[in-house]
Structures are given as C-alpha cells and as structure tokens.
Design a protein around this ligand. Sequence first.
Ligand code: HT7
Ligand code: ZN
Length: 880
Amino acid sequence: PKEIFLKNYKQPDYYFDTLDLKFTLGEESTIVTSKIAINPRVEGQSSPLVLDGRDLKLQSVKINGNVLKEEDFYVDSRHLTLKSPPSSKFTLEIVTEIYPQKNTSLEGLYKSSGNFCTQCEAEGFRKITFYQDRPDIMAKYTCRIEADKSLYPVLLSNGNLIEQGDLEGGKHFTVWEDPFKKPSYLFALVAGQLESRDDTFTTCSGRKVSLRIWTPPQDLPKTEHAMYSLKAAMKWDEDVFGREYDLDLFNIVAVPDFNMGAMENKSLNIFNSRLVLASPETATDADYAAILGVIGHEYFHNWTGNRVTCRDWFQLSLKEGLTVFRDQEFSSDLGSRPVKRIADVSKLRTYQFPQDAGPMAHPVRPHSYIKIDLIHYFHYQGAEVVRMYKTLLGSQGFRKGTDLYFQRHDGQAVTCEDFFAAMRDANNADFANFLLWYSQAGTPVVKVTTNYNAEGRTFSLKFSQEVPPTPGQPTKEPMFIPVAVGLLDSSGKDMPLSSVYHDGKLESFSSSGQNVYTTVLRVTKKEEEFVFNDVSERPTPSILRGFSAPIHLESDLTDNDLLFLLAHDSDEFNRWEAGQVLARKLMLSLVADFQQNKALVLNLQFLQGIKSILTDSSLDKEFIAKAITLPGVGEIMDMMTVADPDAVHAVRTFIRKKLASELKEELLITAKNNRSSGAYEFDHNNMARRALKNTALAYVGSLEDPEITELLLNEYRTATNMTDQFAALVAIDQQRAIREEILADFYNKWQHDYLVVNKWLALQAMSDMPGNVENVKKLLSHTSFDLRNPNNVYSLIGGFCGSPVNFHCKDGSGYKFLGELVVQLDKINPQVASRMVSAFSRWKRYDETRQSLAKEQLEMILSTEGLSENVFEIASKSLA
Ligand code: HT7
Ligand code: ZN
C-alpha cells in the first residue's frame, strides 16, 4: 500500500467544469454514463489524465464524441489513464458497469434493505465511475436516474428536480440539477420504496424551503424529532453564524446499513437510521440528543464543507473540526451548556486522547496517510482548536472571522491556513505559534504550581509544558495554550481580578469599568509565570475553566482545594472536573492497594463530597448525574504505566458498590423523587430528571438486595419510555439472579425493532460476567445479528471490545475472538473491520502476557492474504 504525503500536493493538470451522469439501475448491474467537460489547467498543455476507479467494468471511452482507440488509454485495477488528451477544452464520455448488489463495503453505490444508496466520502465516487476523485475538483452536476417504477418509485439526487417521466417497460426517470459546484465526495443518489415526512422552513430572507425526510413507510412516524432537529438547525445557523440555506429543497434519507453516522451530500443527506428514527417508546434520551446533534452537524456542513470545501484530504479538519464545533455549540444552545461541555470533554478523553497517545496518533492536519478513512475517526481535537479561536477572540471576534472566511472562500477548496488567516485578519489578532495545533500531534501536559504572597498580595501561577513524542515526531515545540483562570475567595465567591503581570507587561482589568472574574492567560513558552496583583487573601484558583484548551493539566492543588472547588466553583465545568480529579486520584491509589492485595477502603471525604452533590437541590439534575459518575476504566488505565484492566475494574466496582451502600437512602429518595410522570418530553428539565434518577438506579442496582430487585423490576415493567426502560434493564443487568430472564423478556418485546435490538446486543456484549466471550460468540449466530450490518457489528463486537475484563481476559480468548472476526469482516467491509481492529492498537500499554497475546493476533491479521489497506494501516502501525 502507498503512503500519501501532504508535502506532495500538486494542483490537478485538468479541471472539470460540468459532469452529466446517467444511471440505469438494474437487478444484476447498473450502467453509469458520465460526460465531463474538461479544461486543462494551462491552455495548450497536454499531459496524461489519470482518473481514479475501483471495481469498475469499463465499457467505452469517447473524447469529443469519438471512441478512443485502445492505444490511447490504459486501465488497471485503480486507474483509467488517457495518454495524451486534448490540450484545450474537451468532453470525455465514459460508460462503466458496476455491481451495487454485490457491494458489501457500503462505499460507492450499494443496496441497503432493497433500496439503492451511495456513500462517496472519502473515495467512494471512484467505485461509481472513473473520475478525478479528489476534493479540489469541483464541478456542476446533473444526474439522470432510470429504474423500474414499481421497485424504485422514488429516485433522488442532489439539487433540484428538473424533469421526470415514465419510460417503456415499466420504467421511469428523474433528472436532477445541482446549481452549486461540488467535489465528487458530495454526490448522492437514492432509489427505492420510500415515503417522506414533509415540512417547510422559511429562511431569513423569506424563501420557502421544502424539507423531506425519507424512510420506508413503516418508519415515518419516527421522524418527527429529526424534522424538529432540522428546522432548529436551520434557524440556529442563521441566528448564530448568519448562514442561510441555499436551495429550495432539502432531503434526508435514513438507511439501515451505513458505515458511519451520516453524510452531508449536497441537499441529500444520507443517514444511518439510528440517527434519524426515534419515538419515546424505542429511543433513549441519548438517542434523541445524538439525532439533534448529527442532524445539525450534517446540515451545518452545507456551509462548512460544501460551499467552502477542502483542497485535499489532509485539510479534513477544516470542515470536520469546524462542523463538530458548530454542532457542539448548537446542542449547547438548545440544552445545558455546562453539561454539554462535560459530555464533549468526556468524549475527547475517552476517544481522542487515547488515540493521540498511541500508534495512530496524528496531528489535526496529518502529514501522511494510507487510507484517509482512518483519519475520519474523531474530530474532537479539531473542534477544540476551533473552540480556542473563539476563546481567544470572544464571540464577536470569532463571528467576524467566520464571516470573512465565507466571504473570501465561498465556492473554493481551501486549507486550514485559509481559516486561520481569516480569523487573524478579521481581528488583527496575534496568534503567536497557534498554527502548531495543526501540525504537532499528542496531548500537551501542562503543570502548574501556585504561590500566594500575603505581604505583596500577589498570587502566581507557574506553568511548564511538555508535548509527548508521537510516531514520527520525537521532539516538539511549546504550544500556544489559552488557559482561562478565575480565583475564588474563602467564601467560595469569584474574586474580581485587578491585574496580571506577565513577561514584563502589566495587564489591568479595571479599565473597562466592569469587574472581570475570568481571564484567559496566553501560555506560549516551555516555562512561564503569571502574577495576579491585589489579591486580598489566599485564593483557590480555578484553572482551565470550561476546559479552555485540550491538554492534560497537573496542578499542585490539594484535596481540600479540590473539594472546595467541587462545592463552590462558579464555572460548572471546573466544578465537575474537581470531582473527577479527586476520583482519579482515589481510584489510582486504590488500584495500587488492589495490586498489593491490600484491603480496599473508601475515603470518607470523597464519600461526603459525593453525598453533598447528590443532595444539593440547587444544582442542575443532569449536572449532579455527571458529577456523581466515576471516571471510566479506560481513563484510569491511561494514567497507569502498565494498564491493569482487572485492577481498575475491581476498584471501580468496589467504589460504586460502597457509594451505593453508604448512600442507599439518598439514592433511593433521588430515584423516587425523579420518577417519570406524564408523557415523554425531550427538554432539558425532563432529560435531567431522568438522567439523575437512572444514575441513582444504576448505583443501587449494584447491591444484592431483594428490595432493590423488586424496585428495579417495577421500574422496568412500568416504564413508559425507552430511556427509563433501558436504564432499568442496565441496572438489572447487575442482578445476576434475574438478569437472563429479563434480557429474554426485553428481546421478546422488541425483536421487531432492529434499533432496539442493537441496544440489547450491546448491553450483553459489554457484560463483565466471567467468560462472556462465549455468550458473544453465540450471539453472532442469533437471528437478529448480521455481520454485514455495521450497526450490529458496532453493538456486539464493538461493545465487547469496550469491555475491559472480557476483551482483555488474560487467557487471550477476547483477543483471539477479535482477531478471527477482523479477518472475516475485512472481506465484507474493510471500513468496519478497521474500526474493530483499532481495539488492538494500544496493546503495548498492557502487561507482557497480554502484549504477546495481542501481538500474535495482529501478526495473524497481517499475514492474511488480500488484507484491505484499511486494516493493514492500523495493524501495521500498531505493530511498528
Ligand atoms: N463527513 C462524513 C464522514 C463520513 C465518512 C468518512 C469516511 C468513510 C465513510 C463516511 N461516511 C460519512 C460525515 C460526517 O462528518 O458526519
Ligand atoms: Zn462532519
């Protein structure tokens, strides 16, 4: 496999003006005719034109209407090369035959539940026709679709429907025209038996846009929330970013077989149905929130990704980091900002930081890749980089920056520097070495020591920073880290900040006439000190408020300081964080005790801290739910020199049980006081109430007690929505005596609903029951499981690999299970297989026994003949 390098980027020699596509959809194969109007970059200059193509059967090639002679082109398994095309404007017509019915990779054109659909990002268009399949080739498309009318009554593509009609032999056709230039990865086609929920949105300039959400007829009632989310997103983008929708039609289609969450194809978004379909009875609050966020995300791409796109795939974060940031902000504005920030930082810590500390670490803008799909995993770090611009510039400055970005680059394919330049130029800003966030991989570790000088009434913060080495980057430069800081007085109130001295300069906060309680320090050097003046008493500092930079922070704050912040900090993120820092310290010290066979004892101050949060009625309920939840096993393992899944799991289980027994009364009262009444509502108050009740139930579920068993069974049986019912099931899952029976009951109830069945699969996959691998193996042959369906795989196999004790079982059974499955899965769907193989990527973090067992599987995978590039890249980088 070939590695591709950013430094080798070259402008294309030919630009494409227009592309007219025709699809004749058939039951055996599909014929694709493509007519491209081509312009050489330099008029009069001819060089070979290399078009990408995979799994295509070429039928004919014509230039300016003339069939091309065999000696004028050649085709291999990946390209069609025209040896010397005309040196001025010409048309190229290519006919290919493709086999969507056999396409299990779910890239290109494929069939899902009887319907045709496409997935072209990143490199799927080359599985449809020969093309320069790269994002800087932007053309205007038309698309004609012909198909059997009764099998495929609905035929959709991008843009506006300009023609439709019947054809002989029971066939019909539609013609679509997209007035906006677009790269090939945004092309989409859908054909099938679908019905739509229709609505309209009137834009800020008064245009009426038709909105349609397409699903199989039986799923239509489940699209109400998706439609609500779409309209909310359209309005929010106008209000917050000044972005108006640009066509008269916006379509969304839900399909059950989809590799990722969704795809932002121009005016024809295609979604994994789990991110569209919801009803209170079948979807949880988490599902409802995910739908809101992802519908928003794909819609926001219309401006950040589609109107302004990426020059090349190294710039992926230009659209993804920015759009993830936008969807995070959208969900914050529609729900609770602090709770959303806590959830987003948790994701960053669970997914992004571990990746950035392992063999797959890459900067926000990678320097090289084999398969760009793999860079597509997470964009949380890219979103943090965008968030830092906003932190540094303030809301208004940031908006000025995005306005300039759209004004400068509408209709263009650009780079991360272009975004940076717009932010800088719109604000005349000094961004120092900020660009390093794009080029340096790894999570900076920032240490801070504090000192109060009572005599001089000064309080100093001394920072030092280190960016750990990552593959290909052994040494790093210091980064520009914005650190938001506030100081609390002894009563827990924010102190007004007077001035701060740094680098020979004094910055005074009093000039604005308004009290300043939080300031953003610009930490740019390896070591640096900031001194606050006129500080009347020793303060408790609240550092990195709102998680103002994606770093690991280590401070000299004592447990008492942290308990104080947990009780008082006005910055709710840091209030939660103080509890998490305490919990991480406690868990690590108990892990050491466990490893030395010492008895485990729960720290009373910690217990007291959790109790006071749990019983504080002034707090937001969802915040309480988050604050009483312990850091995950993965997060603690990441802090250990040698990760020990058994010890961390044992400690986490111990603390949970101990908290449950010590706070049983409070937890039961909490559960009782927050029971559901009335119809399901997707609003913050109701979701917060359910989150708190269900967190309390999960705690008490860890106790073996007939009274609790009865309570949980009652919760399960009387639940009127999936959030409550599934939460009861999760709590019951800990009750060994009744677990099996209730799991069977749940399946019987919901077997007709594949999205609910996925929850049932995931719950069993994640179980910490000893030897659970055998149960997971059995589920592979369950009637409700299909290895070709990505959602099934993510639930069952992904769920199992996320379970610390069974996946990392010391007898190697978990690793062997995954190794064999990856090989099988790779033949069906390389993208899905490569996501699964990533579970091995951090094998060097474990003890020697586990290391050799995991290595054996990685070697076995790599020795498999015909391995995909996707799996090869992860497996080989992991072994390196
Ligand atoms: N931009 C989309 C990413 C995507 C994707 C990438 C690689 C392979 C398959 C894919 N399906 C969707 C969706 C998004 O940003 O949400
Ligand atoms: Zn995206």
